[in-house]
Design a protein around this ligand. Sequence first.
Ligand SMILES: Nc1nc2c(c(=O)[nH]1)N[C@@H](CN(C=O)c1ccc(C(=O)N[C@@H](CCC(=O)O)C(=O)O)cc1)CN2
Length: 286
Amino acid sequence: MSQPKEFVLKASCDATSGIVASVSTYLADHGCYISEMHQYDDEDTQRFFMRALCKVESDDNSISSIRAGLDDQVSRFNMDWSIYDMDEPVRVLLMVSKFDHCLDDLLYRHRKGELPMEITAIVSNHKDLRSMAEREGIRFVHLPVTKENKFDQEDALMQIVEETNTDLVVLARYMQILSDSLCKKLHGRAINIHHSFLPGFKGAKPYHQAHERGVKLIGATAHYVTSDLDEGPIIEQAVQPVDHTYSSERLVAVGRDTETVALANAVRMHLEHRVFMYGNKTIVFK
Ligand SMILES: Nc1nc2c(c(=O)[nH]1)N[C@@H](CN(C=O)c1ccc(C(=O)N[C@@H](CCC(=O)O)C(=O)O)cc1)CN2
């Protein structure tokens, strides 16, 4: 008897009655065991969202046959849906500049099996972290960025994304602003960690702004990347209490922890297909 297959169904449609019954009946008829189910009705927009984690005996009904018949079952709901085979890890490209804490943390969690992903490459606009990549046996690509070569380097990045069948790009303290055209190509599949609790201090130096402002909490925000700097849909945030005795340097040190936690959680929830991007917000089924 072979191992049961595990898959995730993500679906959204205009809210109406009978959606869950229709979907769960279909899954049951195909021998699926629903081990986790979340649903949400967005009252403002009358939009319905659901995520179902399912197990199915792999030698009976393969995931492809479940995919094949679902449209007919849910056609009356005009449903947007996707089924993800959890045996197929999401292919992830990591981007970094000089700060190594977020990259190091993601690589450690991946090594410990906490992040079910296939790392396709590590891309940086500096050479500083090449050894961190090589230590893990991961391809390292140095793409230095200047005002003159920015678009050529972005084309080179997209070539790597396409040739490696990368599903998700993670900006793990990558300190270059991506162009509008690149943001469009990576819409909904690029996650950035911003080192402040947004909406708060935008830009490259939020800790200095936080110190100047005398904040009592600092934090970090993991969000999908959009053309509007630091304005993308928020996936996860983390905070840490501080006080007047904290220097900017100490805020930076404490901030590292909030950044690594927020980014790791956001990446994990994306890899587990728990996140819906909806307008400029997200729905996250934890
Ligand atoms: N299109 C977007 N690109 C990026 C975003 C984003 O939200 N949308 N987030 C940044 C990360 N980031 C803050 O989280 C950030 C990084 C860099 C800068 C910045 O001003 N960079 C300067 C160059 C700085 C340097 O070379 O060290 C610049 O690009 O001119 C602001 C915010 C990643 N990209």
